[in-house]
Design a protein. Structure first.
Lengths: 283, 414
């Protein structure tokens, strides 16, 4: 009993810190979201769940949600597939293996805003290296069709290294004996991949998916720099929309309601993955 | 408001021990070019006002971040700065929020006449003056003098003339773009589109009535889309362009016409610039029998309502917006004066003939809708204009949708 009490005492500083930096703002944002609050106009009126009801009728919210889901699903699946492929390649023994691993990390090491600026120039219709190589005049960031896909492409370029490194770590803990035994039993590479690599890599894959889905769902800086949400809001994600409502038009009540909705989405995604993970571990 | 406490307590400054001098803190964006002449100006002010010390503090580069800084601090009633420089679109908003001191007494009617009309409109809210125009900016047309001359054209007065000239010249010079401007979904797009609305007799709000879906505006917006699609004088890339990319294209000799702000001129006239000596400027074209208009930009100086030294702050505002300060700022760092008389000043005409030539353009400069709701308005206008230009919506659809949303915003206090 005494030991347990001491344990709590040790946890208290951390608890206080956490509640200050996460619980308090969270509760405050929820409290704000129940108000119609417009700083400029001295309006601060309790409206209950009116802001949340308005979200349902707000076309711009649904558009942003659709964009966010499209971005998340496409970029995360591409990153996972590519990352897995590269991780398996890099996991083989060959010369310059260490160097290759370091090189592949470069895109991940560049700050997002910097790489977004870089890509903005590479996507430039007239001076961009991409159109130069293709010999075409594609309006990458200006056409409703290309803009979001261009942003996804950049995200894949930037984040695949992260996925690769995590998966490589996972691959390295799979004992080589299992592979050897399988080969002795006459299993082909696809069978080995399906029956050994994939199942044993599953916990790592889930962790990767958890991190990447959460990151992609909250995407802000890359797209904000690349397109600012345009053209015609075709690249406006939930985070960008919430930012504009909160800090550009100063609608603190509605902006907070949007933030709470984003939080709920991210919360459910986390719970979903964590459930899957703990199931995997129990097995 | 507890949320803002950490920000505020983080910036409390030591103000004692300055030999009992009053300290005026002046917040402004980065001074373009060499900061030395500006510091000299402030030194002069300190010499003339021995009891006052000026501390100038530079804000982040992006205008959005500057706005955010002011909002957070003023909402928290911060008195850490006394004089603030503001983009032309913020003044009514800040005035409505009660963050700015009424400065009407600094600008009696007789002196008001000395300023360009646009900036005065922009700093007026409920018949009070809440900031003094510091320097001015406006959209204008850059053209290639050499090419127009070669084909026997004069600078276009109407949009149709611009199209005709661009098409004919482009036939002879197929590598060139006709007309570039700023079409990315951002504040600059609103500046561009309003110039077409106004030059067709349209507007966004008239006598507090929303008139954005007028036939004039629909025609103007369709025309902008047609510049890209039907007449093909504007390359589709403008839908991603802000000022700098268009300046690069025009500056490397790849376009015949460009809409931009005055800042581009000095870059074109630099040694080694491919278009040095080949560029002309004029007011923007208009639709037939209508009047040309430019979107007004530029910065204004106001006094923080929570300032502890309002009188000293007012003195600084008065000094910096006086002809005596505007002239050296124009001569040394190219800030365009807001006072009309300076455009006939001999030194300025000799040293900065380009600035002196901007008089007509600044006389036609119109402020974007002068309303405390402007930041909300522009969040509606940007995506709707972008949708019309990229062809996602027809001009009617976009403007009708904007009409509904803006009407809603204008009724927000009712």
């Amino acid at each position: 009993m005494k030991v347990r009490g001491d344990g709590y005492r040790f946890v208290i500083p951390a608890l206080i810190l956490l509640s200050l930096v996460t619980v308090y703002p969270l509760v405050y944002v929820f409290y704000l979201s129940l108000y119609r609050r417009l700083l400029i106009f001295d309006i601060s009126r309790f409206v209950g769940f009116e802001n949340y009801l308005f979200i349902f009728r707000d076309d711009r919210f649904w558009n942003a949600l659709k964009n966010t889901i499209y971005f998340t699903v496409t970029s995360v699946s591409l990153e996972l597939l590519l990352g897995l492929f590269i991780a398996i390649l890099l996991n083989r023994t060959f010369r310059f293996k260490g160097m290759m691993r370091a090189i592949i990390l470069i895109p991940w090491a560049i700050p997002t805003v910097v790489s977004a600026k870089m890509w903005e120039w590479m996507y430039n219709t007239d001076f961009g290296v991409l159109n130069y190589l293709l010999g075409m005049k594609i309006n990458w960031l200006g056409s409703p069709f290309w803009a979001m896909n261009a942003a996804i492409f950049m995200d894949v370029w930037k984040t695949t290294p992260f996925v690769t490194i995590l998966l490589m770590a996972g691959l390295q803990v799979i004992p080589q004996e299992i592979y050897r035994a399988a080969r002795v039993d006459g299993a082909g590479i696809f069978a080995i991949f399906r029956k050994i690599t994939l199942p044993l890599l599953k916990p790592v894959i889930l962790v990767v998916l958890l991190f990447r889905t959460l990151d992609a769902f909250r995407v802000f800086d890359a797209i904000y720099v690349l397109t600012g949400g345009g053209p015609a809001n075709t690249t406006e994600t939930l985070s960008i929309y919430a930012y504009k409502v909160l800090f550009q038009t100063l609608q603190f009540g509605y902006g907070s309601a949007l933030s709470v909705v984003i939080f709920l989405c991210i919360g459910s995604i986390s719970i979903f993955y964590i459930r899957l993970l703990s199931k995997g571990i129990k097995q | 408001m507890l949320l803002f406490l950490p920000f505020i307590s983080g910036c409390v400054q030591e103000r004692d021990g300055e030999d009992k001098k009053e300290v005026v803190v002046f917040k402004h964006g980065k001074i373009a070019g060499d900061p030395e002449p500006f510091r000299q100006l402030l030194d002069r002010f300190e010499k003339e006002n021995p009891g006052i010390k000026v501390k100038d503090e530079i804000l982040p580069a992006s205008t959005d971040e500057q706005h955010q800084f002011y909002v957070i601090n003023l909402e928290g009633r911060s008195s850490d700065f006394d004089v603030l420089s503001m983009d032309v679109i913020w003044v009514p908003e800040f005035a409505r929020a009660g963050w700015l001191k009424n400065l009407s007494h600094l600008l009696p009617a007789s002196e008001m006449e000395e300023f360009f009309p646009g900036p005065i409109q922009a700093v007026t809210y409920n018949e009070g003056i809440y900031a003094i125009p510091w320097y001015i900016d406006a959209g204008l047309l850059y053209y290639r003098k050499d090419l127009l001359h070669k084909y026997g054209f004069s600078p276009p007065k109407t949009w149709d003339e611009l199209i005709r000239e661009a098409q004919i010249i482009a036939e002879g010079e197929p590598a060139l773009y006709g007309f570039v401007w700023q079409g990315k979904q951002y504040e600059g797009l609103v500046c561009n589109v309003l110039e077409y609305f106004w030059s067709n007799g349209g507007d966004v709000i008239e006598d507090s009535r929303v008139v954005i879906n007028s036939p004039e505006n629909i025609k103007a917006l369709r025309f902008i889309r047609d510049l890209v699609v039907t007449y093909a004088v504007t390359p589709p890339m403008v839908t991603t362009a802000i000022e700098e990319p268009t300046r690069h294209i025009f500056g490397s000799g790849k376009a015949i016409f460009m809409r931009n702000w005055p800042y581009a001129w000095n870059i074109f006239e630099r040694e080694g610039s491919p278009v040095k000596g080949k560029v002309g400027i004029s007011t923007l074209p208009s639709f037939p029998n209508k009047v040309s208009a430019s979107t007004l930009g530029g910065w204004q100086l106001g006094v923080n309502r929570y300032s502890r030294n309002p009188e000293a702050a007012e003195k600084l505002v008065k000094f910096l917006t006086s002809p005596d300060a505007q002239k050296p700022l124009a001569l040394t760092i190219g800030y365009k004066p807001t006072r009309k008389a300076l455009y006939k000043d001999e030194d300025l005409m000799r040293e900065q003939p380009f600035i002196a030539g901007l008089y007509d353009i600044f006389m036609r400069a119109r402020p974007r809708p002068v309303t405390p709701y402007y930041m909300m308005l522009t969040q509606v206008l940007q995506p709707e204009f972008s949708a019309a230009i990229s062809g996602i919506k027809t001009p009617e659809e976009a403007l009708n949708s904007a009409h509904i949303q803006i009407s809603h915003i204008m009724g927000i206090e009712r």
